[in-house]
Design a protein around this ligand. Structure first.
Ligand code: SAH
Length: 376
């Protein structure tokens, strides 16, 4: 009996990262979209029409854009509305109010986004990189390393599709509005600065230039890339900054958030304070509570001290303790209730406001630190 002949794919896949994601109208500002069409010999005003569909009506399927002239349709679509990414799996939790989507990007890279509907708002948690290079040992995304940066349009598209799902009533609870965006999915947003900033602009520009979300309802979360925090402060867009601190001392933070060996706790907190001083936006501090690792009462005291040092006071900051979410193979476990309570009590006692982060979607691996984007 002969071996079955293996068929070779006709087109060999290029190595990842060699080709660029398709160019899409969400990559460009209004002038850029118009210029592009004009250069292609197409009428510039079509750019506004397409933008209206995409950002205003939240339509992204060209088949639904019935006002496009048949003769120019294919060219317009390939210029500004190429297929960007495909949703390959959707999982729901919390009675349909949490929806996690697994996306396949044009080159096969996988990312995830999570929509969370609450009584008074709906938030989408989006990815900015496929994988992540920051290597925090308690986070599932970090374990796989960085595959590549996402483009502005790939980042924005997660939000547009989420906004459409809310508007159309696909998400449990009936039609509603997507109000908040958090860059807390896969990746380190400030390590993909240019694309992320473009995305922030598209999200906050009024339609049809962008989605018209309020900048204060957009949160950029970072491990603490100090020069980038300072740069973001100077952009003049008052987004909320979240800093993943997780430890108040360099010895422990060097281990939990390895970038700390480049930028110390003191430098990082100072940059976060600078963000507040420049933008007037209160900074959120993320602190995943890990049993016996960073949840000691003395560390709560030290955290309060570090945040209010150098005469900064406590009004500039808000701490979000997060009960650690389970990550396969991790040696880290969640703190005990009583230790979490004591940790918060000590911060509050020292004048620091706190809100315990909820753990939406943990049963579908959609909670903080659980996004690994595997297709199996
Ligand atoms: N890279 C950015 C954006 C990711 S945000 C950043 O680190 O801020 C995801 C948040 O979830 C971060 O605060 C991260 O530290 C936290 N996180 C990671 N793993 C976690 C886990 N297992 N349980 C709870 N939070 C976790």
């Amino acid at each position: 009996m002969s071996e079955p002949i293996k068929t070779l794919p006709l087109v060999m896949e290029e190595p990842r990262g060699r080709r660029k994601p398709p160019r899409h109208l969400a990559d460009l500002d209004e002038a850029g979209r118009k210029d592009l069409l004009t250069e292609m010999g197409l009428p510039g005003f079509r750019a506004k029409q397409l933008s209206n569909h995409y950002f205003g009506r939240l339509v992204h399927d060209p088949a639904e854009m019935t006002d496009l002239p048949a003769g120019q349709r294919a060219e317009l679509v390939s210029a500004l509305l190429p297929d960007l990414m495909t949703p390959i799996r959707e999982q729901t939790a919390d009675k349909g109010t949490t929806v996690k989507t697994l996306w396949r990007l044009f080159d096969g890279a996988l990312v995830e986004s999570v929509l969370m509907r609450y009584k008074d708002r709906a938030t989408i948690c989006i990815s900015s990189q496929a994988g992540c290079g920051m290597a925090c040992p308690f986070c599932a995304t970090g374990a796989g390393g960085l595959q590549r940066n996402m483009s502005t349009a790939e980042i924005v598209h997660q939000v547009v599709v989420g906004a459409r799902a809310m508007a159309s009533g696909e998400v449990a609870g009936g039609p509603g509005r997507l109000s908040n965006v958090v860059f807390m999915g896969m990746g380190e947003p400030l390590a993909n600065y240019k694309a992320v900033l473009g995305a922030v602009r598209r999200l906050t520009d009024p339609a049809p230039a962008g989605l018209g979300l309020s900048a204060r309802h957009v949160t950029v979360s970072t491990v603490g890339l100090v020069p980038r925090i300072r740069q973001l402060a100077d952009e003049g867009i008052p987004v909320t900054l979240a800093l993943s601190l997780h430890a108040p001392d360099d010895e422990l933070r060097n281990e939990l958030v390895p970038i700390n060996t480049r930028f110390s706790v003191a430098e990082t907190v100072e940059a976060a304070y600078h963000y507040f001083a420049t933008t007037g936006r209160r900074v959120s501090i993320e602190y995943a509570l890990m049993r016996g690792i960073n949840d000691q009462a003395w560390r709560a005291d030290l955290l309060a001290e570090v945040l209010s040092a150098d005469g900064r006071g406590t009004g500039w900051v808000h701490v979000n303790p997060i009960p650690l979410n389970a990550v396969p193979g991790s040696r880290f476990t969640r703190s005990r209730e009583e230790d979490m309570d004591e940790f918060m009590r000590r911060l509050n006692e020292r004048g620091i406001s706190t809100t315990m982060r909820d753990t939406r979607g943990s049963d579908i691996d959609a909670a903080c630190g659980q996004l690994a984007a595997s297709a199996d």
